[in-house]
Design a protein around this ligand. Sequence first.
Ligand code: SAM
Ligand code: SF4
Length: 402
Amino acid sequence: MNGTSSTTVGRDEAAAFALPERALAGVGSRPFGIYVHVPFCATRCGYCDFNTYTAGELGTSASPQSWMEGLRRELDFAAQMTGAPAVDTVFVGGGTPSLLGGDGLADVLGAIRSSFGLADGAEVTTESNPESTSPAFFDRLRAGGFTRISLGMQSAAQHVLKVLDRTHTPGRAVAAALEARAAGFEHVNLDLIYGTPGERDEDLDLSLDAVLSAGVDHVSAYALIVEDGTALARKVRRGELPAPDDDVLASRYERIDARLAEAGLTWYEVSNWARDDAACRHNLGYWDGGDWWGAGPGAHSHVGGVRWWNVKHPARYADQLAAGSLPVGGSEQLTAEDVHVERVMLTARLRTGLPVSELDAAEQRAAEEVVADGLLMREDDHLVLTARGRLLADAVVRTVLR
Ligand SMILES: C[S@@+](CC[C@H](N)C(=O)[O-])C[C@H]1O[C@@H](n2cnc3c(N)ncnc32)[C@H](O)[C@@H]1O
Ligand code: SF4
């Protein structure tokens, strides 16, 4: 990123990591979120490069118990450093949070309650993998104070799930969503991946039928990204699988948008659709430049223009906290230019759009050209991506910022 003063810090510096007064000013007067990263998976999906580990990869170096001890310590540090504002949104993500079980996840929320406290009406989400959920699991989460469930469905077609190395059956994600709703969760999300090698139009239709049969109020749909260093990337490089095709991805996106919109789920971010009032408040906080503390191995945080991230390995994470220091791997103070670039990149992807007043004269001229090309439209004092613009969102942002 342009003009960022980025540093990687050593152990002594991590012990000394502190937030400057100017970053702390106003904490608590803006929404405050907590992200908790659970770095465990039963197996690794071939497309995924998230910071997550199987039991075999960790051996005896780290465990859910050592992670939980570290997490409690980190949350206590975080509360001390920020003045413990009431938390508006919690998002437990991974990895596979559902591997902790209902009791383990209730302990995570208990630790946040005792270090920070939750604001009235807080949104509390956990990601879950369909195969590690059950009616009893959802009952426990609901009783423990969770308000929202996000399930990784990806596809309803068996052969697509196989290419993605998913271990659940095609029907399990919808069954899990129905169980979550029966347990009293009003807010349930299903994640889809589209453009997987071998996926046909009818496979996507099957997935959309399944999503809509689950009656969820939120859907995220991501084009498959072939991440460097993954098993999927190796297969594509060796020619065993074709890379996702841009034209196919575009037509699948249009199909997803049309089917979801018809069913009353409208887009509020390029990859996210929701019924009225069901947008994920936690993610909106990221996209709106809010404050959040990311706890857990490799988690990223942002408070008042300072961004930092934790060391990635669960053993190092737990060891540093046990030794009494925050496990900070690096930090950066965002410059005014960084903040501007990020705001343009993130708000342009939202249905609420990019505020024209935040663009300088040259950027406004560039944006007018994009409007003339039919990729942005003007709505009052905001610029909103058109349907075609959503397919080319990154290019739109590059043009406005050039
Ligand atoms: C990292 S997972 C964590 C949650 C959970 N373990 C799961 O698999 O659903 C969160 C979501 O990221 C998306 N994702 C991960 N890697 C991706 C990739 N290479 N391309 C597109 N989407 C990806 C998937 O939709 C997945 O549901
Ligand atoms: S996609 Fe989810 S289940 Fe698969 S490896 Fe990544 S985090 Fe784990």
